[in-house]
Design a protein around this ligand. Structure first.
Ligand code: ASP
Length: 438
């Protein structure tokens, strides 16, 4: 059975077993001692243990992979004068798709009106963390110490350093060629590590989801069904309709192929709720299954995982309208425009880890003059939505990478059209085969 299918089966099994455990833990027929034992040894024991090791091993690959991939990509592009246009195109697409996502969310939320029948309860307590000023966010992109950036996993700083390093390699003659070949070898090795990790994914995905569903409160979802379903509907429309139209229109590539190739990435995004932890898998899929050359994917995917969060923006759009409705505040046209702008910027500042979208939502609410405590209303259903919106976030990264790759002639259509790309033994690294040997 293919790895993708094994991962998808373990995902479904994790959800089912987790839900069964949840029911079991709340049923009155079992003794307290048994329940405590299941909770201690299985849910917060074995499942927690396996899940945490799995996430840690994914995160372990992120910094080396981003560094090495970007250096390879930018060093092969450095002297072709394409770096600038690729960067501009990618940024325009990332910001543009986020603005579309949030606008769609606002339209749906105003139309469906999920907050109109919700009574304000005293539970709405949320202590917002202060969001850093925008200027600091921008200045912080530039590292003063690259080793510090690497050690702390500061993604945008790593991206800036790697781009500069790769660019310098491409202009450094013989020394540059030697170092470039070292990094190309490193990339093959780090990608191999990603492949090894993927083999363990069925266990990790199962453990994460079984633990999560066994401890998740379902009642909050029932209470907030209108909000929950509105966010879910917009996420699905954006992922399935908007991305498909964009891909078809800007590149002529088949959306169905993109969706099929994304299945295992979705399982990672859904179970970890972190586009950062999913990054190694997204990058491997975009390069090896979709055939986008490393010179584009090495830049677009890490950048996307860091700044492109369409799913998060959708949640923020619906949440803003929902909170305004619950508190009985009318939003003006100016408020809507403010929300679109701030949520697009907030998406850049949202770290690619679970739950951060809720923190940057505070910034959006403040700009729209809404009470930040409103976040307390939706916190109960956020984890499940976080999982789905993370899957949307990574789909956006892959879609834009394919569009930019195709437009730059850096997408190998044979790999794109091959449903088994990445699985064939002799097709281990189609990208690498095209690379000039030093
Ligand atoms: N979990 C999301 C991600 O990693 C961010 C968020 O919306 O909280 O993409």
């Amino acid at each position: 059975m293919s790895l993708t299918n094994r991962i998808l089966i373990s995902m479904v099994a994790g959800i089912l077993i987790g839900s069964l455990l949840n029911l079991m833990m709340h049923s009155s027929g079992l003794s307290d001692a048994f329940r405590v034992a299941v909770d201690d040894y299985l849910i917060h024991g074995l499942l927690d243990f396996v899940g945490r090791i799995f996430v840690a091993s994914l995160k372990l690959l992120v910094v080396p992979l981003v560094l090495v991939s970007l250096i390879c990509g930018s060093s092969s592009l450095g002297d072709s004068a394409r770096m600038g246009p690729i960067a501009v195109k990618t940024l325009v697409f990332y910001l543009g798709t986020t603005a579309v996502a949030i606008s769609l969310a606002l339209v749906f939320a105003v139309f469906i009106s999920p907050g109109s029948n919700v009574q304000l309860t005293s539970e709405a307590l949320f202590a917002a963390k202060e969001a850093p000023p925008l200027i600091d966010v921008l200045v912080n992109i530039f590292p003063s110490n690259p080793f510090n950036a690497l050690a702390e996993g500061k993604m945008l700083q790593i991206i800036v350093f790697a781009l500069l390093f790769g660019y310098a390699i491409s202009h450094a003659g013989e020394a540059g060629r030697r170092i470039a070949s070292f990094f190309r070898d490193m990339e093959v090795i780090v990608m191999k590590m990603v492949g090894i990790m993927m083999e363990l994914a069925p266990y990790g995905v199962f453990a994460l989801l079984a633990k999560l569903f066994s401890t998740m409160g379902i009642s909050a979802i029932v209470d907030l069904a209108a909000y929950f379903l509105t966010v879910l509907a917009v996420l699905l429309v954006h992922a399935l309709v908007v991305y498909s139209l964009l891909l078809k229109f800007f590149s002529g590539l088949s959306p169905r192929i993109l969706m099929t190739k994304m299945r295992s990435v979705w399982a990672f995004a859904f179970s970890t709720a972190s586009s950062g932890a999913t990054l190694p898998i997204t990058l491997r899929t975009v390069e090896r299954k979709m055939g986008v050359h490393n010179s584009v994917a090495g830049f677009t995917v890490p950048l996307g995982a860091t700044i492109n969060m369409d799913g998060t923006a959708i949640m923020q759009g619906v949440a803003t309208v929902f909170i305004a409705q619950v508190y009985g505040v009318d939003l003006s046209m100016t408020d809507f425009v403010t929300v679109i702008l701030t949520a697009t910027l907030a998406s850049i500042g949202t770290a690619a880890v679970p739950g951060v979208g809720l923190i940057t939502l505070a910034m959006v609410l403040e700009q729209a003059g809404l009470p930040v405590e409103g976040i307390g209303l939706i916190i109960g259903v956020d984890r499940l939505l976080d999982m789905v919106r993370t899957a949307v976030n990574v789909t956006g990264d892959a879609t834009v990478s394919a569009i930019v790759g195709k437009s730059e002639n850096q997408l190998d259509e044979q790999v794109w059209l091959n449903p088994k790309a990445d699985l064939e033994p002799n097709n281990d690294n189609p990208i690498e085969q095209e690379m000039p040997t030093a």
